[in-house]
Design a binder for this molecule. Structure first.
Ligand SMILES: [Zn+2]
Length: 308
C-alpha cells in the first residue's frame, strides 16, 4: 500500500514537473482563475499520541514508527529508511523535542521496508534490539543498509528507561516469525507492525505470513491490556492509531475469510472460482478490499487445499 502511495506521489510530482517544463517553453496562456490545489501531504511528520505527554509517531511516506521521549533518553523503533533518508529526518524530528540521547532502536519485525536505514542511529550510539529470529535472518541474508541487532528478545523483554516501561512481547507466528508487540504499560499503547491494520485486509498475498497461526497471535494481543494501537502504516484518511475494536475486526475478517475459503475448497472449487465467487461484504468498505481480497483468498486456499 505504501508503494502505491509513493507511486501516486511520484506520478503527481512528475505531472507537476512536466507542466512546469511545458509552461517554460510555451507562451503564457490567458489568465484564468487557478483551480484550488489539493493540500499535499508533507513527506514526513511527527505527531504526539493523544493522551500522552511523551509518546510520538514519526511518519515518513506511508510508513510510521513509534518513539518515546524520557528524561534518561529516547526509545526509537523502526528506522523506516529503505532506499530513502528517513533516519536523518527521524533523528532531526527527535532532536527538535529533546537533546537526550537516543538509547534504543527496536525493530518491529525483520522486513526491510521497516528496518532498513538505521545506521545514523547506530552512529549516535543507539543499541539495536529485535526478536532472535530477526537477528538470525538479517545475519544470514545481510541486506544492504540494515543494522544487525545488538540484543535479542526471545519470549519477552522489558525496557525501563527514565520512568517509562516498555514491554517487548513475542506472541508467536503471524505476519513473520519475528514480530514483536511493543506495549507501554502505563500509557496502554501497543506498537506492532503490518498485521493489525486499522480497517484493512492483509497486504497482497500475505507473504511471510503463517496461517492459521496469525489468528492465534491476534487472540493473544486482544487479551492483553491496552487501549491504543499504533500500526506500521496509517489507515484510511491518514488515521495513525486504532483501538482494540480494530484488532477484533481484523480477527473476525481472518476467521470469515478462512471459513469461506475452506467451504470453497471442500466444494472442490478452483483457485480462480474461489477468488471470483468469495465476497465478504462486511469488509468491502476497507480501502484495500478490492485489490487484495483475491490474493488473501489464494493464501488461505493454499492452507486449506494443501496444508501449507
Ligand atoms: Zn512486514
Amino acid at each position: 500500500m505504501s508503494r502505491k502511495t509513493l507511486t501516486g506521489i511520484g506520478a503527481a510530482l512528475a505531472t507537476v514537473a512536466f507542466a512546469a517544463a511545458a509552461q517554460a517553453q510555451t507562451p503564457a496562456p490567458p489568465a484564468a482563475p487557478a483551480a484550488p490545489a489539493a493540500p499535499a501531504q508533507p513527506p514526513y511528520a511527527t505527531t504526539k499520541v493523544q493522551g500522552t505527554d511523551n509518546v510520538y509517531i514519526f511518519r515518513y511516506g506511508g510508513h510510521q514508527s513509534m518513539f518515546i521521549v524520557t528524561p534518561a533518553g529516547v526509545i526509537a523503533t523502526d528506522p523506516i529508511g529503505e532506499r530513502r533518508p528517513a533516519a536523518k529526518a527521524y533523528i532531526e524530528e527527535i532532536q527538535k523535542i529533546t537533546k537526550a540521547p537516543i538509547r534504543y532502536v527496536i525493530y518491529s519485525h525483520s522486513h526491510y521496508d521497516h528496518i532498513a536505514g538505521g545506521q545514523p542511529f547506530k552512529d549516535l550510539g543507539a543499541v539495536f534490539v529485535a526478536h532472535r529470529n530477526a537477528q538470525k535472518r538479517i545475519a544470514a541474508l545481510k541486506p544492504a543498509d540494515v543494522v544487525v541487532p545488538d540484543q535479542v528478545v526471545d519470549g519477552k523483554k522489558v525496557i525501563s528507561l527514565g520512568g517509562t516501561t516498555l514491554e517487548l512481547n513475542y506472541v508467536g507466528l503471524n505476519h513473520s516469525d519475528s514480530t514483536l508487540v511493543m506495549r507501554l504499560l502505563k500509557e496502554k499503547i501497543i506498537f506492532t507492525v503490518d498485521w493489525i491494520p486499522v480497517k484493512g485486509i492483509q497486504f497482497r498475498g500475505m507473504a511471510d505470513t503463517y496461517v492459521p497461526d496469525i489468528e492465534e497471535s491476534l487472540k493473544k494481543v486482544i487479551a492483553m491490556e491496552w487501549e491504543t494501537l499504533i500500526p506500521g502504516h496509517p489507515g484510511p484518511g491518514g488515521v495513525q492509531t486504532g483501538t482494540k475494536e480494530d484488532a477484533k475486526n481484523e480477527l473476525a475478517y481472518l476467521q470469515d475469510l478462512s471459513a469461506a475459503v475452506k467451504k470453497a475448497v471442500d466444494e472442490g472449487k478452483s483457485y480462480a472460482d474461489a477468488q471470483k465467487e468469495i465476497k465478504l461484504p462486511k469488509y468491502e468498505s476497507w480501502p484495500n478490499y478490492g485489490p487484495f481480497l483475491p490474493m488473501n483468498i489464494e493464501r488461505y486456499y493454499d492452507f486449506w487445499n494443501r496444508g501449507i
